[in-house]
Design a protein around this ligand. Structure first.
Ligand code: MN
Length: 350
């Protein structure tokens, strides 16, 4: 699996030496999950540089690599010795300090930014990645079922967020895939309202946006419910978001662009009169990071292909009223898409 991924990378770039340092790409290309290391990929050999804290782990997790203790040799020094023509590196991860150090060691080499290329390669998931994401999303679904009895007046947003996190970690997740969002009442008008000590009240919309990392892969889902009975206006907003989401889900299939799918959802919201209240992108890929390619947004030229994972998460956010977002995570298939999220989308009045 790692060999295939490295071969695909070398096919995509016409250079012989690649230096990888970001935690997600360390894992993607070697299996090493420790986060702090450097991979030196060449056409002849694959080296993993790390320090004494990770030597045993690296040897175990990355058997295809020769593990080198940086106390004996550092990656930059090794690169200097090999003197390739060009070195590929990750410009969106490497700090200016690390870049300067690399530049000093390799003053005459071409340094080739590869972050975008790698993100493009990672956008299509293999079966192992799909299976892990499916499990991670199922865990989020189960956490939602688990937390519903807690959604009632007097309970704080923080209680709900903690309960979701506790459930997912108790059942195998390593961490939430981002700080869990639980935003109630007027706070639900903030798309990224992280949970506070605010207590739920009758009449509140409660937006819960959460997910977890399972063996490195992220899940992501959002549901919005009402505490007590929903008003007509709340129902109207909810139904608009839901029909926008359903239309976008039906439009997902190979060959369609991110902006075309976004436009389908956005026009439904605009036609219902809420066009000014949906500011963010419709969706994003997931994987080793919570936000990956492809992107579903008004400008996205990303073309969907089978094996991509993407969220579909339209929303309407009205200041001093509240907001609704509904988010599913889907896998693009030959025919359309498989929805990995199974929690109900009926408006729950709790
Ligand atoms: Mn999301």
């Amino acid at each position: 699996m790692f060999k295939k991924r490295i071969e695909a990378l070398f096919r995509a770039v016409e250079i012989d030496t690649i230096y990888i340092t970001s935690p997600e790409n360390l894992q993607y290309y070697s299996g090493f999950t420790g986060g702090e290391a450097g991979l030196l990929l060449t056409r002849e050999e694959n080296l993993l540089f790390t320090d004494s804290r990770y030597l045993i782990q690296a040897a175990k997790e990355a058997p295809d690599f020769t593990v080198i203790d940086i106390a004996k040799e550092r990656a930059e020094a090794c690169l200097q010795k090999k003197s390739p023509d060009a070195v590929g590196y990750e410009e969106s991860f490497m700090t200016a300090v690390a870049y300067t150090r690399l530049r000093e060691k390799l003053p005459d080499y071409r340094l080739l930014p590869l972050s975008e290329t790698i993100l493009g390669l990672r956008a299509v998931k293999d079966e192992t990645e799909q299976a892990l994401t499916r499990r991670a999303e199922t865990l989020a679904d189960e956490a939602f079922t688990h937390v519903l009895p807690l959604v009632k007046p007097g309970v704080t947003e923080r209680d709900i967020a903690l309960e979701l996190e506790w459930y997912m970690r108790k059942n195998g997740a390593s961490a939430p895939s981002f700080p869990i969002i639980c935003a109630s009442g007027v706070r639900s008008a903030m798309p990224h309202g992280v949970a506070t000590d605010k207590k739920l009240e009758i009449g509140d919309f409660v937006t819960m946006d959460f997910g977890c990392f399972l063996e490195g892969y992220a899940s992501d889902m959002t549901r919005t419910v009402v505490v007590g009975r929903a008003t007509d206006e709340q129902k109207r907003v909810y139904e608009t978001v839901l029909s926008a989401q359903q239309a976008a889900l039906s439009a997902i299939c190979p060959g369609v662009t991110g902006k075309a799918v976004d436009e389908i959802a956005r026009s439904i919201i605009a036609n219902a009169g809420y066009g000014d209240y949906f500011g963010h992108a419709l969706g994003h890929g997931t994987g080793l990071l919570i936000h990956e390619r492809p992107v579903l947004s008004p400008k996205s030229e990303d073309v969907l292909v089978p094996g991509m994972l993407v969220t579909v998460e339209p929303g309407i956010y009205i200041e001093n009223f509240g907001g609704v977002r509904i988010e599913d995570l889907v896998l693009v298939t030959e025919e359309g898409c498989e929805n990995l999220t199974h929690s109900t989308k009926e408006l729950l009045e709790l």
